[in-house]
Design a protein around this ligand. Structure first.
Ligand code: ZN
Ligand code: ZN
Length: 371
């Protein structure tokens, strides 16, 4: 089948900026040398663009994982245009399709099953979905957001003001037009583009699957370092309404930290998190599944499989009991229903159950690892 026609604007944009960055950055650094102030502003702009995409386009608008003050939305809308990744409306529409039809080569706009090149950048170089390009029926909620619609309407002027106007302004301010054009105009744009693109390509190909193997999304801490925390993509695909991608405190997820900080200042609210119970269960189910797959190769498989399944069910029952009790304690505390001695008793019960679960989990994991 013949490939759809090329989108020349994108082909020229992506190739010229990449080639320019690869040649001009080392040339300038070796022959003249960037001043510290130019590098600092370029890095700041890189974070501004990146976080506008991850915290704005992705976690706020595509997935509605929290609500934000209009001033924050305005900044994200400007940063998104600066990042040159189409309007928030269009981006979110594509992204919702990606989640809904993940890995479906016909319906997922950047299906990783079509290969690295296609999911990274190829999907933007040809008119693959020309018939549905302007179909925004899956983002009707965003069409009611005046900032989203304002950015969609004035996307091109906003792109020019940020990418050209702002770059020239910094050049004038630092008295070095060329350095500003190379570092902030070109290098920042290329880096910001490709790190986002990596989430569609790399994060669907390289890494672990601790929560689900129903799609190609992977968790990859290294990728999280470059993508403002979006590398925990396996978690994200199963729990897409969670405002976090990296859920442990040691996970590098600056997007999550930004949203939490905004909430401290009253600029973000209704941050959605997945109940811990669900996360634990998804993880245990994945371990069970992997062990069963390994067991399929062994002679004594049936007996072990049954034991593994039975112990797993026991563990899940205990986990549910634990989270149920914790919820009860929390709610009773809120309604001030508990007397002091009841509270102590309930807390003791929860602690005991937690210990029992830990022991049982360890035993079960040992069993699963033998399998
Ligand atoms: Zn997503
Ligand atoms: Zn994905």
């Amino acid at each position: 089948m013949a490939k759809p026609p090329l989108i020349w604007t994108n082909v020229i944009l992506f190739s010229t900026t990449l080639i320019a960055a690869l040649i001009l950055v080392p040339w300038y650094q070796i022959s003249i040398g960037f001043e510290a102030i130019t590098i600092i502003i370029a890095v700041f702009c890189l974070f501004f663009c990146g976080l506008s995409i991850t915290a704005g386009y992705h976690r706020l608008w595509s997935h509605r994982t929290y609500q934000a003050h209009w001033s924050v939305k305005l900044l994200f809308a400007i940063g998104g245009a600066f990042a040159l990744q189409n309007s928030a409306l269009h981006w979110s529409s594509d992204h919702r399709l990606h989640h809904k039809h993940v890995d479906n080569n016909e319906k997922d706009p950047y299906s990783a099953k079509r290969g690295f090149w296609y999911s990274h950048i190829g999907w933007m170089l040809r008119h693959y979905n020309i018939a549905t390009y302007d179909d925004y029926s899956n983002v009707r909620d965003l069409q009611k957001d005046p900032i989203v619609m304002w950015q969609h309407k004035y996307y091109v002027p906003l792109v020019l003001i940020t990418n050209i106007g702002f770059t020239l302004f910094i050049g004038w301010l630092t008295n070095n037009m060329l350095a500003s054009a190379i570092a902030i105009g070109v290098a920042r744009l290329v880096l910001s583009h490709h790190v986002t693109f990596f989430i569609n390509s790399w994060a669907h190909m390289w890494g672990n699957q601790p929560y689900t193997d129903k799609n190609t999304a992977k968790d990859n801490w290294l990728l999280a370092l470059f993508t403002h925390g979006e590398g925990y993509h396996n978690f994200h695909h199963i729990f897409e309404s969670d405002y976090r991608n990296g859920i442990k405190w040691y996970h590098y997820d600056p997007t999550k930290w930004l949203i939490t900080s905004l909430a401290w200042f009253g600029l973000a609210s209704k941050l959605r998190v997945t109940p811990q119970q669900k996360i634990e269960q998804a993880k245990l189910t994945m371990i069970l599944q992997k062990s069963k797959q390994r067991l399929a190769l062994r002679q004594d498989a049936e007996e072990l499989k049954l034991k593994l399944q039975a112990e797993y069910e026991q563990l899940v029952i205990k986990l549910n009991e634990f989270y149920g009790l914790r919820k009860q304690l929390f709610e009773d505390k809120k309604r001030k229903l508990l007397k002091e001695y009841d509270k102590t008793a309930l807390k003791g019960q929860i602690k005991e159950l937690k210990l029992a679960i830990e022991l049982q989990r360890k035993a079960w994991l040992t069993l699963a690892s033998y399998a």
